[in-house]
Design a protein around this ligand. Structure first.
Ligand code: FMN
Length: 206
């Protein structure tokens, strides 16, 4: 697939087919992630892959608790909300299933340091900026393979709890969970706000 095709076809997916993904495909996608730019030349990234139901259940157990209280409110905004509210109304009820039902859950860990949690400038956040380059490469490679990804950001203590369950070292942080698989044919289309470069470019000054 052409790069521009992969970029325009990439969508966050929250419903997957019950179809396995070969391990060599997973490896190609992770290799694409590992070729992302890195702030320190060290590529201090590690990937925990969950594919067994029991492992997924254990690592994903903290999601439901955070999401349940929001579900009732969300039912109403699906009817007459903004595009952003409608996105939440589709996304929130699927936060668990979009990972549990994916053939693979990728947990992309990055090595943190004091500056990440106590930033004094934008550059303090370089470790987190680098891992997001990795994550975008994973999304695009998955798209090029005919696959799709779901993604959730852990909230509050959730990330730390997941890291403990999978026995990640203390200085490695989890920026998000990624579900990887084949998108379901009938997944709901989430309305997007779209822009073109012409609307966003400022030559010389803003
Ligand atoms: C930093 C970031 C955090 C996000 N957090 C979540 C999340 O916790 N749960 C979720 O379902 N989607 C999450 N998303 C996905 C967005 O909802 C999605 O990217 C957005 O609606 C645009 O849709 P698209 O990716 O299909 O173009 C997140 C995306 C980004 C970039």
């Amino acid at each position: 697939m052409e790069l521009y095709d992969a970029i325009s076809k990439r969508r966050i997916t929250r419903d997957f087919q019950d179809k396995t993904v070969p391990e060599e495909v997973l490896e190609r996608i992770i290799n694409a992630g590992l070729q992302a730019p890195t702030h320190d030349h060290l590529r201090n990234w590690e990937f925990v892959i969950l594919k067994d139901k029991q492992d997924k259940k254990k690592a994903l157990q903290f999601i439901k608790k955070g999401v349940e209280p929001q579900l009732e409110i969300l039912k109403q905004i699906l009817v007459n909300g903004t595009a952003q509210q409608k996105m939440y109304a589709v996304a929130m009820p699927r936060q668990y299933s979009m990972l549990y039902n994916a053939p693979y859950v990728i947990l992309p860990f990055f090595k943190s340091n004091f500056g990440v949690m106590h930033p004094t400038s934008v550059s303090s956040l370089n470790p987190i900026s680098s891992i997001w380059c990795v994550i975008e490469n994973i999304f695009l490679a998955a798209t090029a393979e005919g696959l799709a990804c779901s993604m959730r950001i852990p909230v509050g203590e959730e990330g730390q709890k997941v890291a403990n369950i999978v026995e990640a070292p203390e200085d490695y942080l989890l920026p998000c969970y990624i579900g990887l698989g084949y998108a379901a044919d009938n997944e709901p289309l989430v309305e997007q706000i779209e822009y073109t470069a012409k609307q966003k470019i400022h030559f010389g000054k803003w």
